[in-house]
Design a protein around this ligand. Structure first.
Ligand code: 0O2
Length: 231
């Protein structure tokens, strides 16, 4: 077991560097929202590198041999979790990620429209980041998970008490599913309020724009008149 962990740790520099790169990309997107948009939906961001023990657990769960090759097949050794306010924000953030030319998207999984059997919801994007160290380039796949605060509330609690316990009974599975439905109801109700507010703001912005246009037309008219007087 120790030599397997050592082997994984040799690659840690690639993963550490990919994590820093991923953090830079996500912070840029956060700044874009902060500076260029009226509203920043990002509540908080967490990044992590999977521990060697957790990597081995995952390989066992996936029934893969514990080897360097299998480890390299995992897409989530480097991961970022971005928590946003409303469901709509998840798709707004996905668009921003797609617009960022530094980010190469490999795969997307919409566990919001298609939740997992457990009730888990979230949007997962696998991105590839080329990392060059010691003359070797490796494309490191990283997983970005986007969740609302409500989805995260369910997932972190379920992760602690159920997901990894290996102690799943039908009774508890259905209780977690019921809880996931309640969380989803709350999320959709909040999302409707967000969408209404967004529509209202758009109308107000359009109105403001028309007033501004009228104002400039008025100014233009006055300037023209001045010009005629001088002419
Ligand atoms: P941890 O400890 O959170 O890192 P793939 O080969 O990509 O198809 P994979 O990697 O299993 O298979 O991808 P999947 O299922 O799309 O996403 C896995 C990750 O999503 C998990 O990572 C969890 O973080 C989260 N997740 C998926 N299902 C559940 C669930 O039922 N409950 C909770 N709480 N989280 C879930 P890890 O590595 O399994 O665990």
């Amino acid at each position: 077991m120790n030599s397997q962990i050592e082997e994984i740790q040799k690659n840690i520099l690639f993963y550490e560097t990919a994590k820093k790169q991923l953090e830079t990309y996500i912070n840029t997107i956060n700044n874009e929202f902060e500076v260029l948009e009226d509203y920043n939906p990002i509540n908080h961001i967490k990044t992590r590198i999977k521990t060697a023990e957790s990597i081995i657990d995952k390989l066992k769960r996936k029934k893969l041999p514990i080897s360097k090759d299998s480890v390299e097949k995992l897409n989530d050794i480097v991961g970022a979790r971005i928590i946003v306010d409303f469901i709509e924000n998840i798709y707004e953030l996905r668009e921003k990620i797609k617009q960022n030319k530094n980010i190469i998207i490999i795969n997307e999984k919409d566990y919001i429209k298609n939740p997992k059997e457990s009730g888990y919801r979230g949007y997962h994007i696998i991105v590839s980041i080329p990392i060059s160290i010691g003359g070797i380039i490796k494309n490191i796949n990283c997983e970005i998970q986007i969740r609302t605060t409500a989805m995260d509330f369910w997932a972190t609690n379920e992760h602690k008490l159920n997901y990894k316990s290996g102690n799943h009974t039908k009774k508890y599975e259905s209780k977690w599913k019921e809880a996931a439905i309640k969380v989803w109801d709350l999320d959709t109700a909040m999302n409707e309020l967000y969408l209404e507010e967004k529509k209202k703001h758009k109308k107000e912005d359009n109105l403001e724009l028309s007033v501004l246009k009228l104002h400039s037309l008025d100014k233009l008219g006055k300037l023209k008149k001045l010009g005629e007087n001088y002419g």
